[in-house]
Design a protein around this ligand. Structure first.
Ligand SMILES: NC(=O)c1ccc[n+]([C@@H]2O[C@H](COP(=O)([O-])OP(=O)(O)OC[C@H]3O[C@@H](n4cnc5c(N)ncnc54)[C@H](OP(=O)(O)O)[C@@H]3O)[C@@H](O)[C@H]2O)c1
Length: 427
């Protein structure tokens, strides 16, 4: 049974999948009963080598050749970005084609609109590869766990930053040194802004939150803070105190609404996320009936991501051949995304202070007046520039920020040198 598949893009992910569809078609047919036939591949540069024998008559540099081709029943969008991918995906869905995409940026920005368009046309929009690369996390959240009251999703969803932080922790190197090494090894883009600034993780966090809580959360509603401000001295101090640094994506269903954020955090060294090294991704999903589930594996890479895309293509092809009316997969109810100032976290602070009697009392009084209580305090050195390391108990982000601001104006504090959030001991 043949199903025509068209590609928008044939880069890292697209080439890996095309190679498999072409060279392993018999094995795929034997396993699934489906003959997935590539009908067209749109790229920017027709001359570029694709790393395998891709029939030239499939290639086009006109994107509409794929979207308008009546033989294409499933469009695989692996070009990335919002434009022109967004209008093309919408046009494909509106013309009755199913779409499989790996594009987290597009799903986080326009997923609600595109999912509604798919439902209206009776086709599917699937995006397993958009979060966690090769890790199955989208289908578990939207189907297997559809009946669970998910309370939180917490994870490491950006391999580039996890690679950088792992090296900073294990080798004591600075952010700039490790970033340069990651770029040389191909683990970081020439322009690393989306990764190190937290934008990529924020898009993934929005998608996970939307599916987990059934309320649409757009990428730009996620608070984000990147790892570029992290100082290797704080990573070393944190290690002495029993913590390691991670870029966390956190989505919580709180009494006030949905809390979504991406920021560096200190994680206790015995926390399961502390053991997630290098480019690996890991996501904890918690709920009252399931307790905690951990999904972990390769968060990126052409081959691993192609597996996730291929799984979605097979689901779409089965639906097309079964001729069934496609069921609504996901429904979004109205809900509130809480302002980041309401988020509750612990904090690590490094203060440079004058070492004289009463300093600690002055610092503690500032926290006390903002409803923040201190969990632990350490002092390093003395004299005019002693270092004070503090860890607070859980407090409102707004109260913590106000405390830091007030500390900056204390005579005895010459610098609030670092402020890093601390993840609770429990996953
Ligand atoms: N790479 C990963 O590990 C990974 C993991 C998970 C998700 N993703 C997502 O998967 C998507 C693809 O990523 P990738 O790494 O495969 O990207 P990539 O290597 O940059 O490939 C992009 C492809 O799209 C084509 N393209 C881009 N703009 C085009 C335009 N305006 N007209 C025609 N063709 C255009 C490019 O053509 P040329 O080849 O001719 O330049 C290229 O073939 C992105 O949304 C990404 O976020 C990637």
């Amino acid at each position: 049974m043949q199903v025509g598949v068209g590609f928008l893009g044939a880069g890292t992910v697209g080439s890996a999948l095309l190679h498999r569809l072409i060279s392993e078609s018999d094995a795929i047919a034997a396993k699934t009963g489906l003959e997935l036939v590539v009908k067209g591949v749109a790229v920017r540069d027709l001359e570029k080598a694709r790393g395998f024998d891709l029939p030239v008559d499939l290639l086009t540099d006109d994107l509409s050749d794929v979207v308008d081709n009546p033989d294409v029943k499933i469009v695989v969008e692996v070009m990335g970005g919002l434009e022109p991918a967004g209008p093309l995906v919408l046009a494909a869905l509106e013309s009755g084609k199913s779409v499989v995409t790996a594009n987290k940026e597009l799903v986080a920005a326009r997923g609600d609109e595109l999912i509604a368009a798919a439902e209206k046309s009776g086709v599917s929009l699937l995006f397993e590869a958009a979060v966690g690369g090769g890790i199955p996390i989208i289908r578990p959240l939207s189907e297997s766990l559809a009946g669970e009251h998910i309370t939180s999703v917490l994870g490491i969803v950006n391999g580039t930053t996890n690679f950088i932080l792992t090296k900073m922790v294990e080798e004591g190197s600075s952010f700039d040194e490790v970033l340069a090494e990651a770029q040389a090894l191909g683990y970081a883009e020439a322009d690393p802004t989306a990764d190190v600034g937290g934008g990529d993780a924020a898009a993934k966090c929005a998608i996970l939150a939307s599916l987990a809580f059934g309320t649409w959360v757009a990428g730009d509603q996620v608070f984000r803070s990147g790892i570029d401000g992290l100082d290797e001295r704080d990573i070393a101090f944190a290690l002495d105190l029993g913590y390691t640094a991670k870029l966390l994506a956190v989505a919580e269903d709180t009494p006030l609404g949905i809390s979504v954020r991406v920021h560096p955090a200190l994680v206790p060294v015995d926390h399961p996320l502390a053991a997630v090294r290098g480019a690996t991704n890991a996501v904890f999903v918690s709920g009252p009936s399931i307790g905690e589930l951990l999904f972990t594996g390769p968060g990126a890479g052409g081959e691993a991501t192609a597996t996730a895309v291929l799984g979605d293509v097979i689901v779409c092809a089965r639906e097309i051949l079964a001729g069934t009316e496609v069921r609504p997969r996901i429904r979004f109810a109205p809900g509130r995304v809480v302002d980041f100032s309401e988020a509750q976290t612990k904090w690590y602070l490094r203060l440079v202070v004058v070492d004289r009697p009463g300093v600690l009392a002055d610092v503690a009084a500032v926290f006390g007046s903002h409803d923040v209580s201190l969990k632990s305090v350490w002092q390093e050195g003395g004299g005019e520039s002693a270092t004070l390391l503090l860890i607070t108990h859980d407090a409102r982000e707004g109260d913590l920020q106000a405390s830091a601001e007030a500390l900056r104006s204390l005579d005895v504090v010459s610098d609030v040198a670092a402020v890093v959030r601390v993840q609770s001991d429990e996953p």
